[in-house]
Design a protein around this ligand. Sequence first.
Ligand code: DAT
Length: 173
Amino acid sequence: MRDSPNIIVTGTPGVGKTTHCETLAQRTGLRHVSVNQVVKDKECHEGWSDEFQSWIVDEDKLLDSIEEDVKAGGCIIDWHACDLFPRSWIDLVIVLRVNSSTLYDRLTARNYAEAKLQENLDSEIMEVLLQEAREAFEEDIVIELMSNTSDEMESNVDRIVTWVKQWKHDNAS
Ligand code: DAT
């Protein structure tokens, strides 16, 4: 039994996962597990895909790399996918959402190539990550939150901090 919860923060690239996770880690003391960073640092990939402009992730290796940490509890997992993580590892799934025009501006600022930009905009409009989360986890642990403005981000973080405190209270041994 873990004494601190594990949270996934997921959503289309550019929705604000990293920004939320960093603030949440500061406010809660939980650890920010940036899967992007783990994939790079621990080489959990089979090379770089020019077509998708991203690493081809070796999911088994990735899960092995983070298993010990996650099983200990207290991880905020930051990744644009969530259905690879075993249900038993996860207590809360946050799916961040953003308006198309805001996402367009954020991804353009990152100099995304046109095809990748369009693919991510389509994914956000089609709610791909939200559906993935709802299919992979119990519906009552999947929470959709808007992330267009800093006010929304502050309120999201406040809400998750409160949830963490309550979880710890409810699960205290
Ligand atoms: P992700 O990790 O999902 O790719 P990010 O945290 O790197 O996203 O954020 C992308 C950019 O958008 C970054 O410049 C910060 C900004 N941003 C994120 N969430 C925001 C919010 N709720 N309000 C205003 N700006 C936000």
